[in-house]
Design a protein around this ligand. Structure first.
Ligand code: SF4
Length: 252
C-alpha cells in the first residue's frame, strides 16, 4: 500500500497537474483518517503502524520552504501544491495555519502555482477548517455516496456521520469547490444503482459545485471484492448533468 514518508514530496510530474509538490500532514508510518474507505490506497487504518504524531507547523513550514527554494535554485517549476498524503489532511490540529503558511510561501516562490486540498469534507463543520478550504485554489471535497447507509458501507466513518449535515456545510461554499465522487460496486452495494445515482445527481444540483470529478478504482484496494466502472459507463451515468451544463471530469 502507498505511504508517504516525507512531509513534502516531489515535485512529481503529471499530465493533469503539471509539476506538483505533495504535502502529507499525517503521521508518516501508516494511515490516519476518520474514514476507512473500502478503496483507500493507503490501506485500512488498523493496519497502519501510525505513531500518531502529526508534524508540527514549524516542521511543515521548513519542509515546504526547503523544497520550494531548492526548486527555484534548480530551475524546476512548480505548478501545483497538493495536500493529500496518508489520510485526511483537515484533521491536522493546525490545518488552517498550515494553509496560511503554504499560501504565503506559494506567493513568494511560485505565485502562479495552484494550491489543492483533497478532503473527505467531514471537518468542514469547523469554521476554521471551512474558511481555510475556501482560501485555497482547489478545495476538492469528497461525496461518494448519496445516503448515510451507503456512506457507512463505502467510507466507514469512524464516528457519527450525517450526510445531511455535510451537505448543509457544503452549501456554505456557494459552489466554490470541486466535488469528487468515486463510483464503484461490490457484491454488497452499488453506488451507481438507479436510486443511488438519482439521489447523487440531486446532491450535485443542490450544491452546484464549480466542477465535479468522477472516477473509479485505479490502484490496489484493501477490499478485493470491488468492481470498477468504465469511462464510457460513467460518462453515460453523468450525461444528464452534462446536458444541464455542469462541468464534469470523468477519469477511469
Ligand atoms: S478519506 Fe481518503 S484517506 Fe481517508 S480512508 Fe478515504 S480514501 Fe483513504
Amino acid at each position: 500500500m502507498l505511504h508517504f514518508d516525507e512531509i513534502v514530496f516531489g515535485p512529481i510530474f503529471s499530465r493533469r497537474l503539471g509539476s506538483s509538490l505533495g504535502v502529507n500532514l499525517l503521521p508518516t508510518k501508516g494511515k490516519l483518517c476518520n474514514f476507512d474507505c473500502v478503496y483507500c490506497e493507503c490501506g485500512w487504518n488498523k493496519d497502519g503502524r501510525s505513531d500518531g504524531k502529526f508534524p508540527r507547523l514549524p516542521e511543515i513550514e521548513k519542509a515546504l520552504e526547503e523544497k520550494m527554494a531548492k526548486a527555484v535554485t534548480e530551475g524546476v517549476g512548480v505548478d501545483s501544491i497538493t495536500f493529500s498524503g496518508n489520510g485526511e489532511p483537515t484533521i491536522h490540529p493546525d490545518f488552517a495555519q498550515v494553509i496560511d503558511v503554504t499560501l504565503r510561501l506559494r506567493d513568494r516562490y511560485f505565485p502562479e502555482a495552484k494550491v489543492s486540498v483533497l478532503s473527505n469534507a467531514t471537518m468542514i463543520g469547523r469554521k476554521d477548517v471551512a474558511e481555510a478550504l475556501m482560501r485555497v485554489d482547489n478545495p476538492i471535497l469528497k461525496i461518494d455516496a448519496s445516503s448515510d447507509g451507503l456512506v457507512r458501507q463505502i467510507n466507514k466513518p469512524a464516528g457519527p456521520y450525517s450526510l445531511a449535515d455535510v451537505i448543509g456545510n457544503l452549501r456554505k461554499f456557494e459552489g466554490r469547490f470541486i466535488m469528487q465522487t468515486m463510483f464503484l460496486r461490490s457484491p454488497d452495494f452499488d453506488t451507481a444503482s438507479e436510486k443511488a445515482l438519482a439521489a447523487w445527481m440531486d446532491i450535485v444540483r443542490d450544491l452546484k459545485p464549480r466542477e465535479v470529478m468522477v472516477y473509479t478504482i485505479d490502484r490496489e484496494t484493501p477490499d478485493k471484492s470491488l468492481g470498477k466502472y468504465t469511462v464510457e459507463e460513467m460518462t453515460a451515468m453523468v450525461q444528464p448533468l452534462i446536458d444541464e451544463g455542469y462541468s464534469i471530469q470523468v477519469r477511469g
